[in-house]
Design a protein around this ligand. Structure first.
Ligand code: NAP
Length: 298
């Protein structure tokens, strides 16, 4: 890979539009594709080329990056009609940054190897703000030489980039991340629910305890949104339920009991069932308010 290598980017949602923007800003020729083509317009205005489908994009690129929604979306863009695997040129590096299953990452790596391609799973953490600021944590699974070859592209999007092991290790690391977030979101919601019930000003509580031992990215970053009943999405509830479901089935496969994760998934599922799946993960607080539409105590 060189500074002139053409990069392809598929999935221009909350995360992908910023990540692709950083690659373009770094000077790489960029091809883009998204299910809803209109979301590509800002990047096309800045010089990116809009491809007709994932296969056409893959055939024209040296590195193909994807960050779509669900494992089923990943399957479609890699293995579907006009998909990446069937159309990429030998030597192309495929990088899936979607939060998806370790098993699918291994399947993509095996299919890629069979066609003379290389593949990495490289999910991210840091949210929409981390994507916007180019400060994501990027956790990678795959071969060291492939990792080294695309590191300069990762560096346009991330601040902490690590090779975690072979294919699937990036996704396993992301699951460890999501498991930590699941119970922390319960803790943040319960802490603020208690503070409000005790008649405290939640903003002031966050300000004070957010500098002590309870400080966290989630309390300090999402706590103020909860206090303001701002449930606009940075990270969709329905995507988080997807992640927790993958983590629970991996844990089950390993014979591991994770009761905190199971409880968090069941409470987040209530949000989805209540019609709040398109809100941000801080909307968990609604559960502690009786799931009222305003997010205020019932
Ligand atoms: P999003 O806004 O829904 O973006 C996903 C994008 O992928 C959408 O633009 C969607 O197209 C496109 N897409 C889906 N299936 C496709 C397909 N088959 N072909 C082409 N394009 C397709 O979600 P996001 O928040 O950016 O999250 C993307 C992934 O990153 C998810 O796996 C999520 O779990 C993970 N993630 C998110 C965050 C976060 O804070 N948001 C943080 C870390 C990881 P449409 O425009 O047509 O819907």
């Amino acid at each position: 890979m060189t500074a002139k290598s053409t990069i392809g980017f598929i999935g221009l949602g909350i995360m992908g539009r910023h990540m692709a923007g950083h690659i373009l800003a770094a000077g790489y020729p960029l091809q883009v594709y998204n299910r809803t083509a209109a979301k590509a317009a800002p990047l096309v205005e800045q010089g990116a080329v809009l491809a007709e489908n994932p296969g056409a994009l893959a055939a024209a690129c040296d590195v193909v990056i994807t960050i779509v929604g669900y494992p089923a979306d990943v399957e479609e863009v890699y293995f579907g009609d006009n998909g990446i695997i069937a159309n990429a040129r030998p030597g192309t590096v495929l990088v899936d940054m979607t939060t998806s299953s370790p098993e699918l990452a291994q399947r993509i790596a095996a299919a890629a190897a069979g066609k003379g391609l290389a593949a990495l799973d490289a999910p991210v953490s840091g949210g929409d703000i981390g994507a916007r600021d180019g400060k994501l944590a990027i956790m990678v699974g795959g071969a060291a030489e492939t990792f080294d070859s695309v590191l300069p592209v990762f560096e346009t999007m991330g601040a902490r980039i690590a090779l975690m092991g072979p294919a699937g290790a990036g996704q396993h690391t992301k699951m460890a991340n999501q498991i930590a977030i699941a119970s922390t979101m319960l803790a943040v919601s319960e802490s603020l629910s208690y503070a409000e019930a005790a008649g405290l000003d939640p903003a002031k509580v966050i300000e004070v305890v957010g500098t002590g031992a309870a400080a966290s990215f989630l309390l300090n970053g999402l706590g103020p949104k909860i206090a303001a009943r701002d449930y606009a999405p940075g990270f969709f509830v329905h995507h988080f339920v997807k992640d927790m479901s993958i983590a629970l089935s991996e844990a089950e496969r390993m014979g591991l009991d994770l009761p905190g994760l199971a409880l968090a998934r069941s409470l987040y599922q209530k949000l989805v069932d209540g019609g709040y799946g398109e809100e941000g993960t801080q909307a968990l607080f609604r559960v502690y308010c009786g799931l009222t539409a305003t997010g205020e105590a019932a």
